[in-house]
Design a protein around this ligand. Structure first.
Ligand code: EPS
Length: 409
């Protein structure tokens, strides 16, 4: 990979770390301007639990940035957990004293159906499911969003923008306007549940309130849209270079995600080819994407594992969170007896946040694909390579080569 990242950190540990490698030099970056607002977006959404009242996520750079620009060196960031203060004993790096009050160690022996708790203790041979759940927690997505914010800023410098919105929460559908707003997030971020449909918001909030009253949780579906892409990111030539596969892997890796569709997705399987494939037109106004356009975008901006230049549309399904306040049945790991699963503080729904995490993962994959095709050590070099490719697209368009009319397109 050309744009790589790692995260480290436990949900109630000292903090979260994001280590990003492959960012070209000269990308303007500021934690306050580019990263912290994204972290704040991830903390929002109606139906979050008590933790989001404790945290005010902020990124601190440790390396890779000087005078507001990236250096081309690895960029390390830390986001401190404010809640750590309440967990110093339970998450101590040192062995507990022999007389420690067991309640303060907050061990977990009642694994939650749906969470990593049980399989994790078996696989890693642990007695205490906290050793697993602390890292399995979606708190880790804070570090992903920090890494994604760097990718987003890099892409924005090349005219590529990414937004997201919710299309379904539990049984309730939210409408999507056609055309989409120019600035998707300017609209979805105003909704308490991040839809583009104020009518649906009221019903969604009622549904969240009702699930909460019943000690239950909810999932849903969100879409991520990327615009301003050149045609030809990704490749048809090998399985691991196909962009649809890379996007699906990145999006499915987000905690609690159960499905990814591109464009029409599963709906395409129900239709005939003529009702699915997007006809091609020559269009001198689209020279920046090769002089061709599609009459619609059922393909979701990808053909043959490559971007077409049309908006990239990914749809992602999230299961309901697995921490229930009215818990399901489980087994006590110490005795083998039937018992209710643990009730940890959690959210009723975190779909609004998941959309923001989805944007981050899409940004990371697109930044990687951009560097694969237009790779350079500085932002200026990447821009020159992209401009050179676009120039060639203009030049090769039939009848259009080098004419004054096409030269400014
Ligand atoms: C999260 C922090 C967590 C949960 C949630 C996501 O905080 P805490 O466990 O302290 O309440 O709110 O994690 C889960 C849903 C999960 O299953 O672990 C966050 O920062 O997004």
């Amino acid at each position: 990979m050309h744009f790589r990242f790692h995260t480290a950190g436990e949900s109630h540990g000292r903090g979260l770390v994001a280590l990003v490698e492959g960012v070209p030099a000269g990308v303007p970056i500021s934690a306050e301007r580019d990263i912290d607002p994204e972290l704040k977006r991830r903390q929002g959404g109606y139906g979050r639990g008590g933790r989001m009242k404790i945290e005010q996520d902020r990124a601190e750079f440790l390396s890779g940035v000087r005078f507001g620009e990236t250096l081309g060196s690895p960029l390390a960031m830390v986001i401190w957990n404010r809640d750590w203060d309440n967990w110093r004993k339970a998450m101590s790096h040192e062995p507990p004293p022999p007389d420690a009050d067991p309640d303060l160690l907050r061990r977990v022996h009642l694994p939650r159906p749906g969470h990593a708790d049980l399989v994790g203790v078996l696989k890693y041979d642990r007695e205490d499911a906290r050793d697993i759940l602390e890292r399995a927690s979606a708190r880790e997505t804070t570090a992903r969003v920090a890494a994604g914010a760097v990718a987003k800023r890099f892409l924005a410098e090349l005219g590529i923008t990414i937004g997201s919105y919710i299309v379904r929460l539990g049984p309730i559908e939210a409408r999507v306007p056609d055309p989409l707003p120019d600035d998707i997030n300017a609209v979805s971020d105003l909704s308490p549940v991040r839809t583009l449909d104020p009518e649906a918001d009221r019903r969604i909030i009622e549904e969240i309130d009702s699930a909460k009253l019943e000690g239950d949780t909810l999932g849903g579906v969100f879409e991520v849209v990327a615009r301003g892409l050149p045609p030809g990111l990704g490749s048809h030539v090998s399985w691991d270079r196909r962009l649809d596969g890379r996007l699906a892997q990145a999006l499915m890796s987000i905690q609690a995600m159960k499905g990814v569709e591109i464009g029409l997705g599963f709906e395409a399987a129900r239709r005939r080819g003529s009702q699915v494939h997007d006809e091609i037109e020559a269009d001198a106004a689209s020279l920046h994407t090769g002089g061709y356009r599609r009459t619609r975008n059922n393909a979701g901006g990808l053909e043959g594992g490559m971007t077409t230049g049309a908006p990239l549309v990914c749809r992602v399904a999230m299961k309901p969170l697995s921490t229930l306040m009215r818990p399901l049945q489980s087994v006590d790991l110490r005795t083998g007896d039937r018992a209710a699963a643990i009730r940890e503080r959690s959210d009723v729904v975190a779909l609004a946040a998941a959309g923001v995490v989805g944007e981050a993962m899409v940004a990371i994959i697109l930044a990687d694909a951009v560097l694969e095709k237009f790779g350079g050590d500085s932002l200026a070099e990447v821009r020159r390579n992209l401009d050179g490719y676009r120039g060639r697209l203009i030049q090769r368009f039939p009848g259009g080569a080098g004419t004054a009319e096409h030269a400014d397109a």
